[in-house]
Design a binder for this molecule. Structure first.
Ligand code: ATP
Ligand code: MG
Length: 433
């Protein structure tokens, strides 16, 4: 491609070629301004009708909004222009013309409903707010990768097509694999555990998880991005320490690198959490929820925490907090129970007042107990032989967790639906685009 200058880099007295989209045409009579937008911003291109080449002016006046154009010209200082500079063009080329009827208005002047925006993501992510979310998402993913590496974890990728699900059962999407039934993986849980027993010891993965959840809520997707961590020789408290550090690193990176994006989103009170995340036991959590009086019925030991209860607790405890020591019976089989009390699990959740962000725990690494756990959960340990057998060959104690990437971003930015943080969401209504 020909050399091209980003609009943000256009410096007075330079002759440049810029390329981008026609954001707007402002025709003031004798003079008109073509506003050209690229990934770095916008620039004003001046068209003086009586003074410039007629054909050039005509091309500029006729081009439709959102067409791709290439402009060659001289950059001039112009204090009245939005960016203090403008281009006086010597050539305007329409590279790809856009139809006059657009399914949504990328300038954002006309609001569009979320389904329309999702159907036309290309145009939607030309909008400043949408683009800002995905720039922030990119920053978050980079920050968590760097933070994991600073903890000595190796990045892995594990299969998404599997013979059996992590927890078996209902939330699996079946597929046909060369004539046999297979599934889309609902979590890298078992694979990441297998790797703590390998020479890698400490691993992380950022990748898709697939959940055939029937419900349609603002916090569930059928394909989500899971940020997973697992480490050998860790207990659940050490896993929580890393979890807290990773979440804080994501916030810090956004505060440091995304000031423009936060401004575009109208977020002027972005705060990096600086206090330690409170750690409440499940027992304390139900007592505190009951004390808020927000629930019609008091919770008793063994109940799952209802969403209203989590909200109420969040108001009282803060933005991020852990709930630890869950009843063993409501946590999955691969989570280890406390050695001194087998009714209590080492599982933990990290909560935000709006939704659960993380589940984790120390894992059961003892072969006999693990196999027993499968049976208790109604699963056939034989089907998981590829996993359980490795526990016979020296599997260290280990712990880890998973955070939903979209939930992290949605709570960080106060987005009311996690679909805002996914380019092409998969849900009950959406399989395309
Ligand atoms: P929930 O109870 O909120 O449905 P979960 O307990 O079923 O979540 P886990 O299996 O613990 O979810 O998965 C770990 C994390 O992955 C969750 O805390 C959440 O952040 C994220 N996650 C799980 N399922 C989904 C989903 N369907 N859509 C988006 N994120 C999800
Ligand atoms: Mg969970």
């Amino acid at each position: 491609m020909d050399e091209r200058t980003y609009t943000a880099d256009a410096t007075p007295d330079d002759t440049v070629t810029v390329a981008g989209w026609v954001h707007e045409l402002r025709d003031l009579g004798g003079i008109a301004f073509l506003i050209v937008r690229d990934t770095t911003g916008k620039i004003q291109v001046k068209l003086e009708k009586d003074e410039m080449d007629e054909e050039l002016v005509e091309t500029g006046l006729d081009v439709t909004r959102e067409s791709v154009v290439k402009i060659v010209g001289d950059v001039k200082e112009e204090p009245r222009a939005p960016t203090d500079v403008e281009i006086v063009p010597t050539a305007i080329e329409v590279v790809a013309e856009a139809e006059t009827q657009l399914p949504l208005d990328p300038s954002g002047k006309v609001d569009a409903e979320l389904p329309t925006r999702l159907d036309n993501r290309t145009l939607d992510v030309r909008r400043g707010e949408s683009k800002a979310i995905f720039e922030i998402r990119s920053t978050v993913l980079r920050a968590v990768r760097e933070a994991f590496r600073s903890f000595g974890a190796s990045e892995i990728t594990t299969p998404k097509i599997v013979a059996t699900g992590t927890e078996g059962g209902t939330e699996l999407f079946p597929i046909t694999y060369f004539g046999e039934e297979a599934f889309m993986n609902q979590s890298p849980q078992l694979f990441k555990q297998l790797m703590v027993g390998s020479g890698l010891e400490r691993v992380f993965e950022v990748g898709p998880i697939f959940r055939a959840e029937e419900h349609n809520t603002p916090r569930h997707l059928n394909e989500a991005t899971s940020i997973d961590f697992e480490s050998a020789f860790f207990d659940h408290t050490e896993a929580m320490d890393v979890c807290e550090a990773i979440v804080k690193a994501a916030y810090e990176a956004v505060a440091e690198n995304c000031t423009d994006e936060l401004e575009t989103l109208g977020i002027d009170d972005f705060e990096v959490p600086d206090e330690a995340f409170p750690r409440l036991t499940y027992e304390e959590a139900i007592e505190r929820i009951n004390a808020t009086g927000e629930l019609d019925e008091q919770l008793v030991w063994g109940d799952d925490l209802p969403t209203e209860g989590e909200h109420a607790l969040g108001q009282a405890v803060g933005e991020h907090y852990f709930i630890t020591d869950w009843p063993a019976e409501i946590k999955p089989f691969y989570i280890k129970d406390h050695d001194d009390d087998e009714t209590l699990s080492t599982g933990f959740d990290m909560m935000h007042p709006r939704m659960e962000l993380v589940s984790g725990g120390q894992r059961e690494h003892r072969f006999d107990q693990l196999v027993e756990g499968f049976e208790q959960q109604g699963l056939d340990p034989e089907e998981f032989d590829y996993y359980t057998k490795m526990f016979k060959y020296g599997m260290p104690p280990h712990a880890g967790w998973a955070i939903g990437g979209e939930r992290l971003i949605a709570t960080m930015l106060g987005l009311d639906n996690i679909r805002e943080a996914v380019l092409f969401p998969r849900d009950r209504q959406r399989l395309s685009p």
